[in-house]
Design a protein around this ligand. Structure first.
Ligand code: NAG
Ligand code: NAG
Ligand code: NAG
Ligand code: NAG
Ligand code: NAG
Ligand code: NAG
Ligand code: NAG
Length: 321
């Protein structure tokens, strides 16, 4: 069993108890990291799609993954052993016809998944795809947000960077990539990351019309370590907890969760430096042609004018004096 398969199975076990787990490795040293996901639902009566601007009274009790009932693992581990899918829910009416699903993927090499957002993965990263399908909303204007709490050994600091790109060929209309990186205090270098594109999809098969922006709240340092007994057992020494919320939708968005009863979002989790997006050969050709064509026209035009001038000089029209 390879290390990533082992990590994958550990992740799944942790999810069943309410957290996903990973190592932030760097050579001989490693740091432990556990991520806890909480699903928030709020009634967005003002249609801001911003939990930060929404009154606390509009929030419903959050869904804690550790209280979920999960599908049989045996059915969800795929043949290659690189993907695990788990679906589950609370024993409430909301989950009668629906579920929250998590799909973990590990990779043996560099590449991209076919479905959008087609994040650029490598062998040091694994991918988490989260979606809500058919879960009955509790409000008439329900929107969802995911809270990530990252519990890790002390001595690390986190920050969220947003990078722009002029290229959206892998994730149409999205020109940004966000990454939450952690690096050791007083040292340079990134040890681990969560990387995502600020987009969520409202249908199972993403197309352009069903994309909706997502945004992240500020990264905050949390005083208390999460309630999960597993996390408390895993970290005996004083760990650090950071958290942020990912919310879906945009201000004055006419589409609410209830319209499709589906929302999905993808994040890449890994160690080392986060992978950078690169241009494909096609785009390089297009840019070359795009920049090159005017240059060729200018040069050809210049030569043409020069030849005409020379011709007119040598064609016998001598100035009369
Ligand atoms: C994966 O991590 C190992 C150890 O940190 C490093 O040597 C290797 O270059 C990394 N691979 C990629 C594709 O980043
Ligand atoms: C809606 O907006 C008003 C005015 O900005 C604010 O007072 C109120 O708390 C908001 N309602 C909710 C549920 O956020
Ligand atoms: C998993 O599936 C295999 C065959 O599909 C079966 O033999 C095994 O008993 C199953 N294990 C569990 C725990 O259900
Ligand atoms: C679940 O689906 C059934 C049949 O489609 C429907 O009758 C029922 O009202 C649904 N329940 C909820 C809570 O949506
Ligand atoms: C949702 O809308 C229906 C009809 O418009 C209304 O009867 C119901 O009270 C509303 N529910 C909530 C939670 O606001
Ligand atoms: C980081 O550096 C500062 C000052 O240089 C020092 O006070 C602090 O203890 C260092 N922190 C760690 C974790 O090494
Ligand atoms: C995420 O949003 C919820 C609901 O507004 C809030 O209680 C929680 O503190 C937020 N978490 C972070 C890390 O900002």
């Amino acid at each position: 069993m390879s290390t990533f398969t082992a990590n994958l199975i550990f992740s799944v076990l942790f999810v069943v108890f309410g957290a996903t787990r990973g190592f932030l490795g760097n050579g001989d040293k490693f740091r432990r990291k556990v991520e806890i996901i909480t699903v928030w639902e709020y009634d967005d009566v003002n249609n801001t799609a911003d939990p930060q601007q929404t009154a606390e009274s509009s929030f419903y009790p959050p869904y804690e993954l550790q209280n979920f009932l999960w599908s049989d693992l045996n059915e969800t581990l795929d043949q290659s052993g690189l993907t695990v899918k788990l679906c589950g829910g609370e024993r409430t009416e909301s989950f009668l016809n629906g579920s929250l699903c998590l799909q973990f993927s590990a990779f043996e090499s560099v590449g991209r998944d076919q479905p959008w957002p087609s994040l650029h993965h490598n062998a040091n990263s694994s991918q988490l795809h989260v979606w809500l399908n058919g879960v009955t909303p509790r409000g008439n204007h329900s929107r969802f947000a995911l809270e990530f709490q990252s519990v890790g050994d002390s001595g690390f600091q986190g920050r969220v960077d947003v990078h722009s790109s002029i290229d959206d060929e892998y994730t149409p209309s999205i020109f940004k990539v966000s990454q939450w990186v952690s690096s050791p205090v007083n040292q340079s270098g990134v040890w681990g990351y969560n990387q995502w594109k600020p987009v969520a999809y409202r249908k199972a098969v993403p197309v352009f019309e069903d994309a909706t922006p997502c945004k992240h709240s500020q990264l905050v340092s949390m005083k208390r370590i999460p309630q999960s007994r597993l996390v408390q057992a895993y970290f005996t020494e004083d760990p650090q907890t950071h958290g942020l919320n990912i919310s879906f939708g945009i201000d004055k968005d006419p589409v609410f969760y209830s319209d499709t009863k589906y929302i999905s979002w993808t994040v890449l989790v890994g160690m080392g430096e986060p992978p950078a997006d690169s241009f494909s050969t096609l785009i390089i050709i297009i840019i070359t042609v795009g920049l090159g064509t005017p240059l060729v026209i200018i040069i050809v035009g210049g030569v043409f004018v020069w030849i005409r001038k020379r011709r007119s000089h040598s064609s016998g029209y001598e100035p009369i004096n």
